[in-house]
Design a protein around this ligand. Structure first.
Ligand SMILES: [Zn+2]
Length: 243
């Protein structure tokens, strides 16, 4: 020893740089569930995942039958930018039908990345039919398919086969398919085990429509609903569309 006192300073564990622990990037900015339904009526559960809707039976219109909603409706005025939630590959961009989801972009992602992105969501409409996942959904799958539905367009230079990073711009919301003319413009967002055809065949018709999917609210961190913004856009669309 040379007689000098040596001190070892305890070094506080400080995050000098923000450590990105979550790969997840929200599919659009400030995601909030739709507050209104297609026709502009107050119906906050309408955008949730599960058997949260009802319809008149086609055969016997006096009967009201339960109806499934197989995704999460995230409020977004037309042409709101959409982002890749995780790193992955674009495996589809096509129109799935005017009576269906319209223009659908599908991003396949790693199972581990999705599992690491789960949030603290608790079912908000459990009493009204919202559920966590279909019985045949397997959270331990190798890959998952993020389905962005009703888009107006994809990013112009993006094509099937392209790899994207979490946070990359991939497309723009719209009202294609059966959302055409809706007063609650939104991104219908799904997390599924297959690119398309996520349908069970073991339960009743409506439950089957939820097949192979999980409630996206367990990943999309939903913000508080801004009723006045949703109302303003509803009213503007009503003027434009229904005049
Ligand atoms: Zn929807």
């Amino acid at each position: 020893m040379d007689g000098k006192a040596w001190f070892i300073h305890p070094v506080a564990v400080v995050n000098y740089f923000p450590v990105k622990t979550r790969l997840w990037y929200e599919p659009l900015e400030n995601p909030q569930r739709t507050y209104y339904n297609f026709y502009g009526f107050e119906n906050p559960k309408n955008g949730a995942f599960g058997i949260v809707r009802s319809r008149k039976d086609k055969v016997n219109p006096k009967n009201i039958i339960p109806w499934a909603h197989a995704g999460l409706d995230i409020f977004a005025d037309i042409n709101t930018p959409c982002y890749a939630c995780l790193d992955g590959e674009i495996v589809q961009y096509k129109n799935e039908g005017d009576n269906g989801y319209g223009n659908v972009l599908v991003l396949v992602v790693k199972g581990d990345d999705l599992r690491a992105s789960r949030n603290e969501y608790a079912l908000e409409f459990a009493k009204n039919g919202e559920i966590e996942q279909a019985k045949d959904f397997d959270i331990n799958a190798q890959h998952f398919y993020l389905r962005y539905c009703h888009l107006s367009d994809k990013r112009a230079d993006l094509k099937v086969g392209d790899m994207v990073k979490s946070g990359d711009l991939i497309g723009y919301t719209g009202d294609t398919g059966n959302a055409r003319g809706c007063l609650n413009p939104h991104l219908h967002f799904e997390i599924a085990m297959k690119q398309t055809g996520n349908r069970s065949n073991v339960y009743d018709t409506q439950t089957n429509r939820l097949g192979f999917k999980i409630n996206p609210a367990f990943f999309v961190k939903l913000q508080k609903i801004n009723k006045s913004i949703q109302e303003e856009i509803r009213d503007l669309r009503e003027l434009r569309i229904r005049k």
